[in-house]
Design a protein around this ligand. Sequence first.
Ligand code: B12
Length: 348
Amino acid sequence: MGRAHFQLLCRSRIDYEHEHMNISTVKQLARAEGFHAVGITPFTISAEAEKHFFDWRAKGYAAEMKFIAGYEARRDRFLEEIGWAKSVIALGVNYYQESQDEIRKANKKDFSPDFRNRASATGKIARYAWGEDYHKVIRRRHEKLIRKFSGAFASGARFYSSVDTQPVFEREMARRAGLGFIGKQSQLLSLEFGPWLFLSEIFTDLELEPDTPYAGSCGTCRLCVDHCPTGAIQNNYEVNSTQCISYLTIEHPGEIPPEIQPKMKNWFFGCDECLTICPYTAKARPTDWEEFRASEEKSAQWVGPDDILSIKSQGEFRRKFGHRALARIRLKQAVRNMKIVIQNSAES
Ligand code: B12
């Protein structure tokens, strides 16, 4: 074996060692920062996923979401901005918590009259919005993590934080990075945390060895499809947002079609029906991120009619809910949602 060949061998051995060290460093630092799931995948926008997206949009399943309508322009601007990215560090944060009524059921405690009255005429909030706004919380943790990455890696390595709002398919990236598989309710399902992971990414120009995409499936299970109160989940991994309670209570700007209103139960903001019914929720355990834990504050998991109908201005609404994901809606939508909650609880 010639000298050159031997040097090449050593060189690739060193590169491999170096790379391997890089990946374990990335994962150790991410876990040390509290992230519950971490995986690596090359930075690409897969044609298959985009085709899936365009087919879904062409069916009108994006309803009135303007940011989805403007996907192509947003994507091109984004790719211009971070065309230098080579790898995606896909991150998952568990945000699961038991709800008050689950705790009471578990403790076989009877529902107090106050609780029952409140429970029947009160609006439910989806778990992802019980604590502080996850965009702000995760961005703060990303900044700390990126500082650690910058310290650990060759100077000049570049990092870019992304949580929810970028024109990338976070679930698809998480699947490719090995965090789990995509369920029929189109949630990323983790074997460890079920559907209860917030997804986020740190893009980098480091060439990191990718993890193996997760190849699981729902098989014949269709619990979410059958349980969705409005039949929004098509039995092909697509959600028709025009019927989805989460879309209607959060993203939908105008009046909600009268034929759907009675099916929305007492969901005031978001909806967890297709997540709680999922068999993978049996694996879920409460999060250790304090920022997401429902404070004792009365309106963490529920809001009462007075909590909303007494608010006089958009400013007051923002002051009351601005620190939470509820800030995504305006007072007009909040009043609309609460009127449907009151209407439905009167009929139940
Ligand atoms: C638009 C949007 C919505 C819309 C539309 C939802 C939908 N199902 O598409 C509405 C407002 C309804 C919504 C609701 C919710 N959302 Co939302 N939402 C998004 C957002 C911003 C974009 C998703 C998107 O592009 N949807 C369009 C469809 C076509 O794309 P997709 O479902 O992601 O599927 C892609 C891939 O998964 C892949 N794919 C999917 N299925 C299949 C199947 C095959 C065979 C193939 C080949 C490919 C493929 O291709 C698709 C296109 O890339 C993402 C953040 C992000 N940037 O990704 C958050 C996000 C998906 N939402 C999230 C959450 C938590 C929710 C809610 C649970 C909140 C709540 N409790 O009310 C609900 C759940 C409703 C549901 N069952 O999806 C989380 C999901 C986390 C997870 N573990 O999966 C995300 C990732 C935000 C985050 N950063 O954590 N959401």
